[in-house]
Design a protein around this ligand. Structure first.
Ligand code: FAD
Length: 362
């Protein structure tokens, strides 16, 4: 039996949730596991419907503390600094945690454009705890009229949020601003056309080639001088790795740089998964499916370490299924060139989300 090794898990994203569920296997492999992470996890698959629609926040919430109650020492909080030489991580309560092996799964944050202020009416899509601020702002419409909301960025999450906002009875005006020349450039052309039709039917004012120079509590100011006033603005201009993954001694410009084995480029004892990782073999989009599929690879890698067995590698799927929840019971499912817009796509999405969440609730 090899000596017990200290395994430090930072963050409870998708891949680490898988480890927590199989913590007894880590214990059997000789690890003493510590987790530093908030007590709850918010699932992004339900985030738009919760923040901008009528869904209950409990629908997408997982109890990390309950999942980590066997074989794991769970310290509630966030890691703020890492020291790869001393092999320690410091948490926001000042506590220090030593590791023999460390794994990061801390997600991403919104890529906020320059000129964006920190006002209460400026909501960032990530972390998801910030996005729930939108739900609170929408509780009371201004006197005598409905909400005026602007969504900046027409990627998947911006489109979802704008569509949900426009489906609300208490919203009068939704602007969706896109830097590029058209909406849905990442979708098959016909799917993008159908989507645009749906957005127009919902009364969304789409502004393409929009270049915001200032985003504040009252308005978005575009470079051409156009001023678009709002009650609340959502910044959905993309996701980037958090500062711990870009500015710490282990970080790189796009996140913790990892090989196909999910190990750090320069450190065999350091792993990273999901949005905070810069997967060096191929650039991966920041979508939950990679964190989900990396979980079993990471678990197998950690189990293989003590015996010196060959490390497994992560092979990303070429065409992952993605489903945009557009509110009003409708969704757009896309896989490669195949797509379907309608209620059956939403039923499929609900089934997939429910099944995944149930895995971590039972
Ligand atoms: C509105 C919206 C909708 C989306 N919808 C979808 C979708 O339908 N399908 C899809 O595939 N993707 C979707 N995404 C993208 C998705 O959110 C991310 O790709 C996915 O969550 C990344 O998973 P992860 O496991 O890397 O991290 P996360 O799911 O973000 O989990 C990271 C966890 O780490 C914790 N953490 C953060 N910092 C620290 C720290 N310093 N120390 C300790 N813990 C920390 C966080 O609290 C969080 O619980 C959506 C994104 C947004 C913004």
């Amino acid at each position: 039996m090899s000596p017990e090794r200290r395994l430090l898990l930072v963050g409870a994203g998708h891949a680490h949730l898988h480890l927590l569920r199989h913590a007894s296997r880590l214990a059997a492999a000789g690890y003493r596991t510590t987790l530093v992470a908030p007590a709850r996890f918010d699932y992004s698959g339900t985030a738009s419907g919760i923040a901008a629609g009528g869904r209950d926040p409990a629908e997408g919430r997982l109890d990390v503390a309950a999942l980590a109650c066997h074989h794991v020492d769970h310290r509630h909080g966030l890691v703020t600094a890492v020291d790869p030489v001393a092999r320690t991580a410091t948490a926001d309560d000042g506590s220090r945690h030593e590791w023999d092996v460390v794994s990061f799964n801390i997600g991403s944050v919104a890529d906020v454009p320059p000129g964006t202020t920190n006002g209460a009416a400026v909501v960032r899509v990530k972390p998801l705890s910030d996005l729930t601020g939108l739900r609170e702002r929408l509780q009371d419409p201004p006197a005598g009229r409905g909400h005026h909301v602007t969504v900046v960025g027409a990627g998947a999450s911006g489109i979802e949020l704008a569509a949900h906002l426009a489906a609300r009875d208490d919203t009068d005006l939704v602007h969706l601003l896109e830097h590029g020349s058209r909406i849905g450039g990442f979708l098959p052309r016909r799917a993008a056309q159908r989507l645009l039709g749906l957005l127009e039917t919902r009364g969304i004012r789409v502004v393409a080639q929009a270049d915001p120079v200032r985003i504040d509590d009252n308005a978005v100011l575009l470079r051409d001088g156009t001023r678009i006033p709002h009650d609340v603005v959502v910044v959905a201009t993309g996701l980037v790795s958090p500062p711990l993954a870009t500015r710490s001694p282990l970080g790189g410009p796009r996140g913790f740089p990892v090989r196909a084995t999910l190990q750090h480029r320069d450190h065999d004892d350091v792993y990273a998964t999901g949005d905070c990782a810069d997967f060096l073999p191929v650039t991966l989009p920041r979508i939950g499916v990679h964190g989900v599929r990396q979980g079993p690879v990471l678990l197998a890698a950690l189990e293989a370490r003590p015996s010196g067995a060959l490390a497994p590698v992560y092979r990303p799927q070429a065409n992952a299924l993605s489903i945009l929840d557009l509110g009003g019971g409708t969704a757009l499912a896309v896989r490669g060139r195949w797509w379907w817009l309608g209620r059956s796509s939403m039923a499929l999405k609900r089934r997939i989300d429910r099944r995944w969440l149930a895995t971590y609730r039972n």
